[in-house]
Design a protein around this ligand. Structure first.
Ligand SMILES: [Fe+2]
Length: 199
């Protein structure tokens, strides 16, 4: 998505009611995510729905479920998908793009786990010897680009972060949300959780 389109999207969201805002945010995932592939197996939309469904099944909070649904919004805002010529070859920091975009509407309980879901993958690979082997091909490809393994200082620093545990849980749902053909809740199912999560 080009910058002027993101700006007009923000203008639309800023003047929207809670119901309209929820519809607009979900439309981004529904429209852009359904034609944009996360990897060879599933679309961004299916991935987002699987991730949010896992969060709901694990009795996570409204805000956490919202974070799970929107955690990869940055890929959609930056137009990254498997068909882009430089997908996963050029880090566009999708985690920061999404967190910054959403921070105008949602509190840090939503935006921090999103912002930290990439470093949480690097953390899990660093402390759990078999974690890397279980990643999808796309996540393995982006791992090195995103900085690879963390050193001891970075591990300690991350472990003391207020949202460390949330970020790691979100990352685990993220990594388990890439199953071809898995049944999920529809996007409208998540509207009430989103509506209860705004600032
Ligand atoms: Fe993801």
């Amino acid at each position: 998505m080009q910058l002027d389109k993101i700006q007009s999207l923000e203008n639309k969201l800023n003047s929207a009611s809670i119901i309209e805002r929820t519809n607009v945010l979900c439309e981004i995932i529904d429209q852009r995510g359904s034609c944009s592939f996360y990897d060879e197996e599933i679309t961004q939309l299916q991935h987002a729905l699987q991730c949010a469904t896992l969060a709901k099944e694990n009795n996570e909070s409204d805000k956490f479920i919202t974070a799970s649904l929107f955690h990869d919004l940055g890929h959609m805002l930056t137009g990254e998908d498997v068909n882009s010529h430089d997908f996963l070859n050029n880090d566009k920091y999708h985690e920061n793009v999404a967190a910054s975009f959403l921070s105008k509407y949602f509190p840090e309980e939503v935006t921090y786990p999103i912002k930290m879901h990439v470093i949480a993958k690097r953390y899990l690979c660093s402390v759990q010897s078999d974690y890397y082997d279980g990643l999808s091909d796309g996540s393995k490809r982006s791992f090195k680009l995103q900085g690879g393994y963390l050193n001891k200082d970075a591990i300690r620093k991350l472990e003391s972060h207020k949202y460390f545990e949330d970020a790691v849980r979100l990352r685990k749902y993220d990594d388990n949300a890439k199953i071809r053909g898995k049944k999920t809740e529809a996007i409208s199912f998540f509207h009430p959780f989103i509506k209860k999560s705004y600032i």
